[in-house]
Ligand binder design. Structure first.
Ligand code: 2YC
Length: 269
C-alpha cells in the first residue's frame, strides 16, 4: 500500500469543501451520497445521531504521519459524526476511545487502515472502501458503467477490488499493470481482459480507474476521458488535466466510505 506523506496530508484539511464541490461537479454526488452509493445504500438508511468516532494515532513501523488522525477526524465530522483524535496513541489510545464511548475507532499502521465498529465487532477496510468510492465516482461521472469499456491501471489491492466490482457491475474491464503477469492473473480471476501495452490501453479508453503510482502523460490521454484516480503519487500534467475529468484526493474519498461503512455496521435503519 502506498504510504501518504506529511505533505500530501497537510492539504487534506483545507480542501474538504473543494473535494465535495469536485465530487458534485464531476459525479453529481456530494461526499455523503457518494459514500452511501459506494456501499449500495442511501443517506437515509443510516442514522448518525450521537455517533462517536475517534482516530487513534498509531506509532508502529514508520510512525505517525503529521495530521493524519486529525484529517480523518475532520472527514468524519463532515459526515455528521462526533469525531475527535485521542490524547494517547496505540493501545492506550484505543482504550481511551472505547472508554469514551467510541462507536467507531479509526486506526492505521503501515499496512492496514481500519475503521473498527466497537458495537458491531467488525471493521471497514480502507482498500475496499477506496475501491468502492472511486468506482462509485467513475460510475457517477460516466452516467453508469454497465456495458462500458473501463481500463483499470494497477492490479494492486485497490485496483483488484475495483476491477472485480466493475466486472460484477457489467462493465467490460481491461486490466493493465507494469507487471504484465499481475494484470493477467487478475484478469483471468475476475473474467476481464488484460493488456500488455499500457500506453495503447490508456489511449484507447474513455473511462479509466487509475490505482497506480504511474505518471500518465497527457499526450496519450483521450480528449474527454474520465479518470477516477486513487493512485498515489498523483502526477497528471496540464495537458492531461485539460483533456480529461480527473477525480482524485489523497485520503478523503476512501475515508468517507470507511466512515459510512463502519457506521452501517451498527446504525443501519
Ligand atoms: O499517523 C498514523 O497513525 C500513521 N500510523 C498512519 C499511517 C498510514 C499509512 N497508510 C497510508 O498512508 C495510506 C493511506 C492512503 C490510507 C491507506 N494507505
Amino acid at each position: 500500500m502506498t504510504r501518504l506523506t506529511d505533505d500530501l496530508v497537510r492539504g487534506v484539511s483545507g480542501s474538504l469543501d473543494s473535494v465535495d464541490d469536485m465530487l458534485r461537479r464531476t459525479t453529481g454526488m456530494g461526499r455523503m451520497e457518494m459514500a452511501c452509493d459506494a456501499l449500495g445504500l442511501s443517506p437515509g438508511d443510516i442514522s448518525l445521531e450521537g455517533f462517536k468516532a475517534f482516530a487513534v494515532p498509531i506509532t508502529s513501523g514508520l510512525g505517525v504521519i503529521k495530521r493524519f488522525s486529525e484529517s480523518v477526524a475532520e472527514i468524519a465530522r463532515k459526515l455528521g459524526m462526533d469525531a475527535s483524535v485521542t490524547e494517547s496513541s496505540d493501545v492506550t489510545g484505543f482504550a481511551e476511545a472505547v472508554n469514551a464511548g467510541a462507536e467507531t475507532v479509526f486506526m492505521a499502521d503501515d499496512t492496514t487502515f481500519a475503521a473498527y465498529n466497537v458495537k458491531a465487532g467488525t471493521y471497514a477496510n480502507n482498500s475496499f472502501c477506496t475501491a468502492a468510492g472511486y468506482t462509485s465516482a467513475l460510475k457517477g461521472a460516466a452516467g453508469g458503467l454497465e456495458g462500458r469499456k473501463v481500463l483499470v491501471l494497477g492490479a494492486g489491492r485497490v485496483g483488484s477490488i475495483a476491477a472485480g466490482m466493475m466486472v460484477r457491475g457489467g462493465a467490460a474491464v481491461c486490466v493493465a499493470d507494469i507487471e504484465t503477469e499481475r494484470a493477467e492473473r487478475l484478469a483471468s480471476a475476475i473474467g476481464a481482459k488484460a493488456s500488455d501495452d499500457i500506453r495503447k490501453a490508456i489511449s484507447s479508453h474513455d473511462l479509466i480507474l487509475n490505482a497506480s503510482p504511474a505518471r500518465i502523460p497527457g499526450s496519450i490521454i483521450r480528449e474527454g476521458a474520465i479518470i477516477s484516480s486513487p493512485g498515489i503519487p498523483h502526477t497528471f500534467d496540464a495537458e492531461g488535466l485539460s483533456k480529461a475529468t480527473v477525480i482524485h484526493d489523497p485520503l478523503d474519498i476512501g475515508t468517507s466510505v470507511m466512515a459510512m461503512q463502519s457506521a452501517s455496521f451498527s446504525r443501519l435503519k
